[in-house]
Design a protein around this ligand. Structure first.
Ligand SMILES: Nc1ncnc2c1ncn2[C@@H]1O[C@H](COP(=O)(O)OP(=O)(O)OP(=O)(O)O)[C@@H](O)[C@H]1O
Ligand SMILES: [Mg+2]
Length: 335
C-alpha cells in the first residue's frame, strides 16, 4: 500500500476507541511524571500498531535518498502556549531564510491542528514511489502538512502514538532532499510530539515564541524546561504581537504589555530575535494563503522575520564552527 494511502487511511479509519489504540507497540517517550516501567524503545522490527493501517514497520523504513539525511539543520519553532503565532512565524522565517539563499523546508508538526496548508494553500504532495512522498512547495519552500491529506477533520481523534508515527513518516518518508533548514512548526504544549521529535532527530535548535504578557511567558517557561531536559539548544526568543501601531496616531500601543519577551530572553541568557508587531494584515494575508514575507515584504513584520532569520543563521554557523554541531544548551548559554 502506498504511503499516501496509508496516511489517508489513518484518518479515514479512525478507531472506535482511540484511547485503546496501539499503545503497546508504538514509540513512547518518557514525559514529565511518566514513572511507569515498560519498554520505551522504538517499535520492534516488523511489529505493527494493532488495528491501524499504518504499520510500525513501514514507519521505520527510510528509503534511500529520502527523509532528513541531507538536511543540515532541523529547527523546532515552539512555545508552551497556543495561539501565539508559531505557525505564522515558522512559515515566514522559512521564507526569510529562503530569501537569504538557503534551501528550506517546513514540516507541520501540529498533527491535531495543522496550519501550514491553510497558510500556503500548497497542493497535495506527489508520490515519488510507494514509500516516498515528494513534499509540496510554496514560494520555493518545501512544505508538508497532515492537512494536505483528506479526512483531516478526523485528525483530532488520533491517539498520541499514531500522531507520533505520522510525524516519523514525515521525517523519514518525505523526499526533503538537500536542505539547509527544515523548520518544524510544533503544536502548543509540551507533549508527545515535542518529546518524540527530540528523540527521533537531532535538533539543531529551538526558537521560542511568546506574546508579551506573563500568561504566555509562564507557558513558554515550561517549553524552556522541556527543551533543556531534551538537551536542545535554544536559539532565542521571538516576541510576537509586541505592539500595535494604529492608523490614527502612528504611535506604538503595547496592547499586551511591554518588554515581556526581552525579560524572558534576558532571564534565559538568549537573544531576543525579533519583536513582531501586531498587524491585522497578518491575519488577512495568512487567511488568504499568502505569507507576510510574500505579500508585505517591506512591512515591519517582514523586517522582523528577516532579522530573526539572520540571527538564527549566524548563531548556528558560530555554534557549528565552534563545536561541529554538538553544542548543548548550557554551552550556548555560556556563550
Ligand atoms: N503579529 C501578528 N499580528 C496579528 N496577528 C497575528 C500575528 N501573528 C499571528 N497572528 C494571527 O494570530 C492567529 C494565531 O496565529 P498562529 O496560528 O500562527 O498561532 P499558533 O501559535 O501556531 O497557534 P496554535 O497554538 O493554535 O498552533 C492567526 O490568526 C494569525 O494570523
Ligand atoms: Mg500553529
Amino acid at each position: 500500500m502506498s504511503l499516501f494511502k496509508k496516511v489517508q487511511n489513518l484518518f479515514s479509519s479512525a478507531p472506535a476507541d482511540p484511547v485503546a489504540q496501539a499503545d503497546a507497540e508504538t514509540p513512547h517517550v518518557h514525559g514529565p511524571g511518566c514513572s511507569h516501567d515498560h519498554d520505551h524503545g522504538a517499535p520492534k522490527s516488523g511489529a505493527s500498531a494493532k488495528g491501524t493501517p499504518l504499520e510500525a514497520s513501514a514507519v521505520k523504513v527510510t528509503p534511500k535518498g529520502s527523509g532528513i539525511d541531507q538536511v543540515r539543520n532541523i529547527i523546532a519553532v515552539g512555545s508552551g502556549k497556543g495561539g501565539v503565532g508559531k505557525s505564522t512565524l515558522t512559515l515566514n522565517l522559512a521564507l526569510a531564510l529562503s530569501n537569504q539563499g538557503f534551501k528550506v523546508g517546513v514540516l507541520d508538526g501540529d498533527i491535531y491542528g495543522p496550519s501550514q496548508q491553510h497558510l500556503t494553500r500548497a497542493p497535495r504532495p506527489e508520490l515519488e514511489s510507494d514509500d516516498v512522498l515528494n513534499p509540496s512547495e510554496y514560494e520555493g519552500v518545501k512544505v508538508i502538512s497532515v492537512a494536505m491529506f483528506s479526512g483531516v477533520n478526523q485528525a483530532q481523534v488520533l491517539r498520541g502514538p499514531m500522531a507520533t508515527q505520522l510525524l516519523r513518516q514525515f521525517l523519514t518518508q518525505v523526499n526533503w532532499g538537500a536542505l539547509d533548514y527544515l523548520l518544524i512548526d510544533l503544536p502548543p504544549g509540551t507533549g508527545d510530539i515535542q518529546l518524540s521529535l527530540a528523540q527521533m532527530v537531532p535538533l539543531a535548535g529551538a526558537v521560542l515564541v511568546t506574546t508579551p504578557q506573563e500568561l504566555s511567558i509562564i507557558d513558554v517557561r515550561k517549553a524552556v524546561s522541556m527543551f533543556k531536559t531534551m538537551n536542545v539548544p535554544m536559539l532565542g526568543v521571538v516576541e510576537n504581537m509586541s505592539y500595535f501601531i494604529c492608523d490614527g496616531c502612528d504611535k506604538k500601543h503595547y496592547v499586551f504589555g511591554q518588554g515581556g519577551g526581552q525579560k524572558l530572553a534576558q532571564e534565559l541568557g538568549l537573544p531576543l530575535l525579533a519583536e513582531v508587531p501586531m498587524d491585522p494584515r497578518i491575519v488577512e494575508t495568512s487567511d488568504d494563503g499568502k505569507a507576510v514575507m510574500v505579500k508585505m515584504p517591506s512591512s515591519d513584520a517582514a523586517k522582523a522575520y528577516t532579522s530573526a532569520a539572520k540571527t538564527i543563521n549566524d548563531s548556528l554557523s558560530l555554534m557549528q564552527k565552534d563545536s561541529d554541531g554538538a553544542l548543548g544548551y548550557f554551552m550556548l548559554e555560556w556563550k
